[in-house]
Design a protein around this ligand. Structure first.
Ligand code: MLT
Length: 312
């Protein structure tokens, strides 16, 4: 392998701005992660890195958009755990998570918070469970569609308490959280990357954290186990993807730019403030993301199929 075998376009990458596709609405948790990383990557790449929101179908529309983009490194995707749950959730998924992408690396992991609207009568998780069971026909649960972290969390919550709520889908949890703050919906389970400022500001009530221990950034929010729901734990991991066939030298530049971004104090501080843990650098790699994705598809496939939730 010599440099001469690499196309000139790959050697010069990037000679124009790079676009990071976020498969949910602007201002939400995936957007927050992607914008932090994109800003850090700009310095390393010496080019603008633009975030483009392509919401719809729980994140699968944005993923499809990148799967079918030119494999030149100029269009990449930041998506979460949904990449691993979507094959079981969608009978006719238009892309294959294990065949249609090159893997840049794992980014971060973030827990979720179970929230109720500010005017909700429930002051703790036990009260919410009692209320939900007594109000099954009108208790509303917001989410960002099939494939969203909020959907998966809502599914786990309903299974754990043995009660169905009325689902209200959004294009992302940014608009869902806005409606929760406005008392338009009752319950939302959303990542702390989105919910931390609103919880701290008292604009929503957090009843449980889906992590084994409390967060330093949200010391007053009890873990689900403390609140009475043992086993209600969920961490939302994120990765960066490029279209299949992206040349190795281009992919290498994306990997080192992502790693540089994740090593920057700005990104480290921002993620820590929002309760999110950055993966160790050894896992910020194509191999680690591919391996993790496979394991997660194997983990969630049976769980989702057992729950019988899917879109045709
Ligand atoms: C978003 O960015 O809106 C979220 O990640 C949606 C979700 O998966 O719940």
């Amino acid at each position: 392998f010599t440099l001469a075998t690499v196309p000139a376009s790959a050697q010069q990458f990037p000679s124009r701005p790079v676009t990071v596709v976020v498969p949910f609405a602007a201002g939400g948790p995936t957007d927050t992660v992607a914008r932090s990383v994109a800003a850090g990557m700009e310095k390393a790449l010496g080019q603008s890195v633009i975030v483009e929101n392509k919401p719809g179908a729980g994140g699968t529309l944005g993923a499809d958009n990148v799967a079918k983009a030119a494999p030149d490194g100029y269009r990449v995707l930041v998506w979460h755990i949904g990449m691993s749950t979507s094959p079981a959730l969608y009978r006719r998924l238009s892309f294959d998570p294990l065949k249609d992408f090159e893997y840049v690396g794992l980014i971060n992991d973030v827990p979720m918070t179970l929230l109720v609207r500010p005017s909700h009568p429930s002051k703790n998780l036990a009260e919410l469970v009692t209320w939900a069971k007594a109000n099954t026909d009108k208790a509303t649960l917001a989410n960002a569609g099939l494939g969203a972290a909020s959907h998966l969390c809502g599914l786990m919550f309903q299974q754990a308490i043995g009660t169905q709520l009325v689902t209200v889908p959004y294009k992302g949890t940014a608009p869902a959280l806005a409606d929760l703050m406005g008392n338009q919906v009752d319950v939302l389970c959303d990542q702390t990357t989105n919910t931390t400022p609103q919880i701290k500001g008292g604009r929503v009530r957090a009843l449980a954290l889906t992590a084994p221990s409390r967060l330093a950034s949200l010391p007053d929010v009890p873990t689900a186990a403390e609140a009475g729901l043992k086993g209600f734990e969920l961490g939302i991991w994120h990765g960066m993807y490029a279209p299949k066939g992206t040349p190795k030298p281009v992919l290498d530049k994306l990997v080192s730019a992502m790693q540089a971004a994740l090593a920057s104090p700005e990104v480290k501080n921002r993620f820590a403030e929002l309760g999110s843990v950055i993966y160790p650098v050894a896992q910020q790699t194509p191999e680690a993301l591919q391996k993790h994705l496979k394991a997660e598809i194997d983990k969630w496939g049976p769980v989702i199929r057992k729950a019988g939730v899917y879109a045709d």
